[in-house]
Write a protein that binds this ligand. Sequence first.
Ligand SMILES: [Cu+2]
Length: 275
Amino acid sequence: MTVRKNQAQLTSTEKRRFVDALLELKRTGQYDTFVTTHNAFIMSDTDSGDRVGHRSPSFLPWHRRFLIQFEQQLQAVDPDVALPYWDWTADRTAASSLWAADFLGGTGRSRDGQVMDGPFSAASGSWPVNVGVDGRTYLRRALGAGGRQLPTRAETDSVLAMSTYDAPPWNSASDGFRNHLEGWRGVNLHNRVHVWVGGQMATGVSPNDPVFWLHHAFIDRLWAQWQARHPGSPYLPAAGTPDVVDLRDTMRPWNDVTPADMLDHTRHYTYDAAA
Ligand SMILES: [Cu+2]
């Protein structure tokens, strides 16, 4: 059974095996297909039209399915690897072990944002950015640039306290848990973390930075924690909503999985501490 652990608790061996599996998916071209898929959904999900991956109720089940698929490909390389999660309420500075050279490497240099250390630096030769928004082929970051702050535990708890999953108009203007977690409204959790990292993470091709998976694994864990705290609160909307994925509608690009299929993460993996 797959157990997703806090990245801060990984052993050096677990870090190395996770990194090696990432590099292998990159080498074979499988990694970049995930970047392409994510960017296609970012570009096509709109508030007034069809929306599946983002700015809609299915943001959470869509990313859960996306991460499961990615994790399965990692495990095809190394069956002992699981996606770690990054609790950015606790590990909230560029000095965190997450950003050390033996794991994800650090922030970018000031001149061009280029990450200069770690396995994903351009100098390593193993991490070309092929699916970009411009011609730059090196991984970029600007951790906490401009004095930006990651969300606090109190801010995160304030969102977990919201008992309604989502609400009309089911987009970036909505009240409710999903949109506050996604960050288009209120204290801003998920979106703010993308901006805090900067570089490709602040764009539609955000999965170019491996921290994408650790960020979304923590968002996914917060969804599980929210479910445990509000056992009577269902996924919404239930049925009949134009342009939106209802509980039993299938989600693209898979077309064989619904939000209802994704509600119980324990069918696929568990988290290291009780959610
Ligand atoms: Cu994201």
